[in-house]
Design a protein around this ligand. Structure first.
Ligand code: NI
Length: 188
């Protein structure tokens, strides 16, 4: 496995609509796509992200990985098991949205308050090509919206409605982390 280079804002790959993955490419256990998925997971771990989308590692295809271990630093967020999603689609969004702080490995220094739907239905395939369909809510729903936006060429800035609290990481910690009732979230 190897750690991949993360594309930063300004790299056109982040603004492209990613291509659908041909599921037949998943079936070879030691195939190129399986190695790429392993590399995405290793990169997410190395960079400390909660999720990573393939365009963020310079490959414009519809794959995202997520994982979050609940810990004392973010006690209010629930854990997300290691998840690989191929060709994910979100639908049946909740009527309401919640504001939460997000950051991104491709905009590493910034934090912004982003409105996201509180629940949605995920349809996707796992790394073996098996279909997944489930209702998702809470932190996992937020992370999914963030990551799947990357597959549509969007970053969290595009979803913000109020830029007045957009912060560098250091100022976020100084001025907002303990003062804002919105749940803090860590993203990629
Ligand atoms: Ni991101």
């Amino acid at each position: 496995m190897s750690v991949l280079k993360v594309a930063k804002l300004g790299n056109p790959v982040l603004r492209q609509v990613a291509a659908e993955v041909d599921l037949k490419g998943l079936v070879k256990p030691k195939g190129e796509l399986q190695k790429f998925i392993d590399d995405m997971i290793e990169t997410m771990h190395k960079e400390g992200g909660v999720g990573l989308a393939a365009p963020q590692v310079n490959r414009s295809i519809k794959i995202v990985v997520l994982e979050y271990d609940n810990n004392e630093r973010y006690p209010e967020e629930s854990s997300i098991p290691l998840t690989v999603l191929v060709n994910p689609v979100l639908s049946d969004f909740s009527g309401e949205k919640v504001l939460g702080w997000e950051s991104c490995l491709s905009l590493i220094d910034f934090r912004g308050l982003v409105p996201r739907f509180t629940s949605l239905t995920l349809t996707a395939y796992d790394r073996q090509g098996k279909k997944i369909e489930k209702r998702v809510e809470g932190f996992e729903a937020v992370v999914l919206q963030h990551e799947i936006d990357h597959l549509e060429g969007k970053v969290f800035l595009d979803r913000m409605e109020d830029f007045s609290k957009l912060s560098y990481q250091e100022e976020f910690e100084e001025f907002w982390v303990k003062k804002d009732p919105a749940p803090e979230s860590r993203e990629s």
